[in-house]
Design a protein around this ligand. Structure first.
Ligand code: GAL
Length: 800
């Protein structure tokens, strides 16, 4: 990033259909819609079955045009002007003042063009036009549509630091010393050879200057040159998951005594290594308590909001997560910056498909022409992030079955990774056993990734004792927040189109979290797991839709089921019960969680299974004050109904959950968790009375007045005593006043096709969400929530 880079997100014109001649500067776009980027047109809806439930039932395909008018200052003439798109979904074609500049099919990668010679610097109008053409049946999930990431205009001197111009690695990092290698690319677009001084100043996390180094290089006319400098930093503050220390690097290019460019990079000092027995961060063994995440942010769609990504990662961290897999494509720049800042390790994944198709109009059509470039660009863009600890060249690639050629493609892609960044291991997620191992494909990457094969961890170790491996996708358990079906059954689908939160249902390859915990414990050489998924996402409503994962085409049999059930957290960011099961396994601060709710009118006297997820040693359950007995973790087991591919047997005795069967009587259930014999945590759930009032809580009461910051308001329907009404589906109306507006609503219900952009929402299992966005003027935003027959409520947020 450079100080002079101009954020180019404001004031675009948009038209959501084919517009003949719209690339021409004189084209009349006066009746097109005005908007600011990032923008996802598909999230605006409406939902419709014709858009395919598999991709979220939202209008993501068709043609979208964007145009922006702008003037260039006269002094930019003679400079180098580039336009950068961080991501456009997809199949972008770009024109400047009517001239075609280039195209980029892949929606998940950024791209830039030098447009200097196409611009007018005389104060007249310049027009940039972008045409996007996402296709139907091109994706297995909701991709979003539009210029959904930021755009930048970059104005540089002829001599400047190039795109992704610094590559900074840490060949040595110990407690006492870090050696930092800085490779900087200097571009010379002038017609003469130049001599330039390249210098780097390193600043500690506290902002102190800790190292300074320079050298002079010459760069021939119309070429680029590289400077390579090593710096030493004593007593480095290392980057890790607990203390994600970051250093700033300021690179200055001086020509004839004048500073011609200044470039900022942010790095972390850390070492990584792996063996067949594990992964090490700063020489300490770490296991991945990881989650796979898609790029959408629920009701906000694919449009990138830094705060939305930050909140998502904070929620994941609070579950005990230390690693993210960016399934299955390059994520936003913001997500990676946040992983650096929050201390989350990242497996950065390039592709879901190579040449063999998963869906008829997928990326496979572009792979031959663009695959190498897209993969290399991802690595060039991302390789300074300390959070990234592994590259993935693909997920469940169909070429696994191609005995003859699959491994050759893997070998080639792996070599590209090594060429651009030899400092990190490579991986890929394989969902077959044993074909990718038999045909030598899994062996092409440094760390083989296994998807849904816990029962084969032993075989892999026995058959390939030297092969390091990690569980790149696990569990795929499904659930709907707050929904419990009794009696507990292992069904494939349920007539309600919801899935019980007793956490045992999934498709044929899926299994409860407990199974993976067990096999990870049995196989300590596995580097850990990445669950499918941390958050629910739009599209892929398995086990509904009527298809299995590999089936092409439409998934509309169970419409309006339209979003995923896989998340430990729902589409709103509200934890489901599974969140707490992971938290009980991945965190040590005492926690306890009880399920289900305690509103079972009509079932008086019948047994209700009560589950407790806790990291305490033992827990005691009380029903209406009466003890139902203490259960000890590790000793008292819960029988789960389990069946999935490759699993022999139909049950599993889980030591990861405590459970009781207790007859229902309205009142309350209460659990006390004990550690070392002492009570340390408790939770109590009351039978809720009739809905009486709305309760609102906001994640932050002060946000930036920058037009992009967000406040998330959680809405609960409560009885008169403040208990959540677990079945409430009241319609809540919102009105907003002041320095912001309501930009999205949701309730996490996978079968709701209510608009995300309305000013009202029904609650689901008693809750819904309202997302507020600040304006650019500081002040107060007030959100008022009302609902028929209920006491209303307001909340205010300051913007600064
Ligand atoms: C995997 C796939 C994921 C998702 C998941 C659902 O096979 O890699 O993208 O589809 O299944 O269980």
């Amino acid at each position: 990033m450079k100080a002079q880079d101009i954020n180019f997100n404001a004031s675009w014109k948009f038209y959501n259909a084919e517009a003949e001649g719209a690339e021409a500067p004189e084209f009349n776009d006066s009746d097109w819609r005005n908007l600011n980027l990032p923008h996802d047109w598909a999230i605006e809806g409406p939902f419709d079955i014709k858009y395919n439930a598999r991709s979220g039932g939202l209008p993501f395909h068709g043609t979208g045009w964007y145009r922006k008018h702008f003037k260039m200052e006269a002094d930019a003439k003679g400079k180098v002007v580039r336009i950068e798109f961080e991501g456009a979904m997809y199949n972008a074609h770009v024109w400047v003042n009517g001239e075609f500049i280039g195209n980029r099919p892949f929606g998940y990668i950024g791209f830039e063009y030098d447009i200097s010679k196409h611009l007018k610097y005389d104060g007249s109008d310049n027009v940039i036009a972008v045409k996007l053409k996402p296709e139907d049946l091109s994706t297995r999930w909701y991709p979003g549509a539009g210029i959904y990431r930021s755009v930048w205009l970059k104005i540089d001197n002829k001599v400047h630091v190039g795109q992704w111009g610094t590559y900074i690695t840490t060949p040595t990092v110990t407690k006492d010393l870090a050696v930092v290698q800085n490779e900087t690319t200097v571009v010379n677009k002038s017609s003469e050879s130049v001599e330039v001084k390249v210098n780097h100043e390193y600043f500690s996390p506290e902002g102190e200057s800790v190292s300074f180094i320079d050298e002079t290089i010459s760069v021939a006319a119309n070429t680029s040159g590289t400077s390579q400098l090593f710096s030493k930093i004593k007593n480095p503050k290392r980057w890790d998951t607990e203390n994600p220390n970051l250093y700033d690097v300021v690179t200055t290019i001086t020509q004839n005594g004048n500073v011609v460019d200044t470039y900022k990079s942010r790095i972390g000092l850390r070492s990584i290594r792996y063996t067949k027995d594990g992964f090490f961060l700063n020489d300490k063994p770490v296991r991945f308590n990881g989650v796979c995440l898609h790029h959408d942010n629920g009701a906000l769609g694919a449009a990138v909001y830094r705060r939305a990504d930050e909140r998502k990662l904070q929620i994941m961290k609070s579950m005990g997560v230390n690693a993210i897999r960016t399934s299955h494509n390059p994520p936003s720049r913001e997500l990676l910056e946040l992983c650096d800042e929050l201390g989350l390790m990242v497996q950065d994944e390039a592709f879901d498909v190579w040449k063999m198709e998963k869906v008829p109009n997928g990326y496979n059509l572009f792979f031959d022409e663009w695959g190498e470039r897209d993969l290399k660009d991802m690595i060039k863009r991302d390789r300074n992030h300390p959070s990234i600890i592994m590259w993935s060249i693909g997920n469940e690639i169909i070429e696994q079955k191609d005995k003859k050629n699959g491994w050759k493609v893997a070998k080639r892609l792996n070599a590209y990774c090594k060429e651009i960044d030899p400092t990190r291991p490579t991986s890929a997620g394989f969902n077959h056993y044993s074909s990718p191992y038999d045909n030598n494909m899994a062996q092409q990457v440094d760390i083989a990734g296994m998807n849904y094969k816990p029962t084969h961890y032993v075989d892999v170790r026995n058959n390939y004792p030297e092969l390091p491996f990690v569980a790149t996708e696990t569990s795929s358990c499904t659930s709907s927040r707050g929904i419990y079906h009794l009696p507990i059954e292992k069904y494939r689908v349920h007539e309600s189109k919801h899935v019980t939160s007793y956490d045992l249902i999934g498709p044929v390859w899926a299994y409860p979290p407990d199974i993976e915990f067990h096999y990870q414990e049995q196989n300590p050489h596995v580097m850990g797991e990445f669950i499918w998924t941390g958050f629910d996402y739009l599209g892929e409503p398995t086990p509904y839709g009527g298809r299995d994962n590999s089936t092409n085409g439409y998934w509309n049999d169970d419409w309006p089921s339209k979003s995923s059930y896989f998340g430990a957290v729902d589409l709103c960011g509200f934890p489901k019960d599974r969140f707490f099961l992971y938290q009980s396994q991945w965190t040590t601060k005492p926690m306890i969680h009880l399920l289900p709710h305690w509103n079972w009118k009509g079932m008086e006297g019948q047994d209700i299974p009560v589950y407790c997820y806790t990291n305490c040693d033992s827990a005691e359950l009380f029903v209406n004050g009466k003890s139902m007995g203490k259960k000890v973790k590790g000793k008292d087991l819960t029988e789960l109904l389990v069946s999935f591919n490759d699993y022999e047997g139909e049950t599993f005795q889980s030591k990861y959950r405590l459970s009781w069967n207790v007859p229902y009587k309205a009142g309350d259930i209460r659990v006390i968790g004990y550690k070392d014999g002492k009570p340390v945590q408790e939770e109590q759930i009351f039978t809720a009375g009739k809905p009486a009032k709305i309760n609102l809580s906001v994640d932050r009461t002060e946000i930036n007045a920058d037009g992009v910051d967000l406040a998330y308001v959680t809405v609960r329907i409560e009885d008169k005593n403040g208990n959540l009404c677990p079945m409430a589906d009241n319609l809540v109306n919102f009105s907003v006043k002041g320095a912001g507006r309501l930009i999205a609503v949701d309730n996490g219900n996978q079968i709701s096709v209510e608009s995300f952009q309305a000013n009202h929402r029904k609650t689901f299992s008693g809750m819904c969400l309202a997302v507020l966005k600040s304006s650019e003027h500081s002040g107060t935003i007030t959100l008022k929530a009302t609902s028929k027959g209920l006491k209303s409520k307001s909340v205010t947020v300051q913007t600064k």
